[in-house]
Design a protein around this ligand. Sequence first.
Ligand code: NAP
Length: 322
Amino acid sequence: MSTEKVVIIGSGPAGLTGAIYAARAALKPLVFEGFNAGGLIPGGQLMFTTEVENYPGFPEGLSGPKMMKAFRDQAERFGTRYLREDVTEVDFSRRPFVIKSDEHTVETHTVIIATGARANWLNLENEQRLAKSGGGVSACAVCDGAMPVYRNQELVVIGGGDSAIEEGSYLTKFAGKVHIVHRRDQLRASKAMQERFFKLVDEGKMEPIWNTVVTDVLGDASITGVRLKNVKTGEQRDFACKGLFLAIGHTPNTELFKDHLDTDEKGYIKLARPGRTYTSVEGVFAAGDVADHTYRQAVTAAGTGCMAALDAERWLAEKGIE
Ligand code: NAP
């Protein structure tokens, strides 16, 4: 078995940007682009995004799948090789490292982990259907919220953390009103974010619906409302809205690595050096949402993918691995 210089796990913006840089550095990266582990597909979260309008360089916007195809083609043009397989096992305790899928066992000197994170959903049938069809249900207000269909409309955001308030306040730029549906009567969000929330409430741009959960999403081709249930009284009612945004947290795709690398209490990979992509194991680097619960943007993921490839290239050079 020949030993790879760089194996990249994941094929979203972080993994594929890492591949572009590693390929151009003549490292011939091998990308495990995934197959369907955890309901994910090659290309990552952008494959579920209808229109990407905030990625610099595309003034007209483009669809998430088109963008990921362009990333993939660009990496392939410089010599990236792909395996459309899920990694099932890693061994970072020996060198070279070992990466296994059901079909292949690969040895490699360095690994870039770019497996991303998945948004948490309520997993209601209509929520999933309308999210997949672009029918007004999304887990990313910053990605989808500026669409004309939401202008001056009643929008609902679920959650009580920083993301709910941040994404909700972003939506107030366009919406008629943003209704924050939270299962308790106190926000989890930071003090600063709570101040922003109460200011927007005072201005009439935001409205809390406390102690309430969404039990169904209404609408056929696109959302017309949500069914709400007050968890204190049990009372149910239908609430008309033109958009539903979930902000109930993300789950990093790190199940494979948790016995091998340091992760934080939420499972995100801990970076070992500030401003770099080193993990707790030398030669293993992490890029994109798998190590970032704060920014979670395609462009920041791509940026850290580039950093991880440069870190891997320099690490290989330091070790004299040609
Ligand atoms: P989070 O802090 O985990 O908050 C998730 C929210 O969703 C909580 O209010 C939670 O309710 C609610 N929730 C969870 N599961 C639910 C369910 N099944 N049904 C209904 N509600 C549910 O997640 P986040 O807001 O995405 O923030 C993640 C991290 O990123 C945090 O550390 C945050 O500080 C950080 N962040 C920072 C910024 C910023 O500083 N600008 C912006 C965004 C995120 P409970 O409160 O009842 O648990």
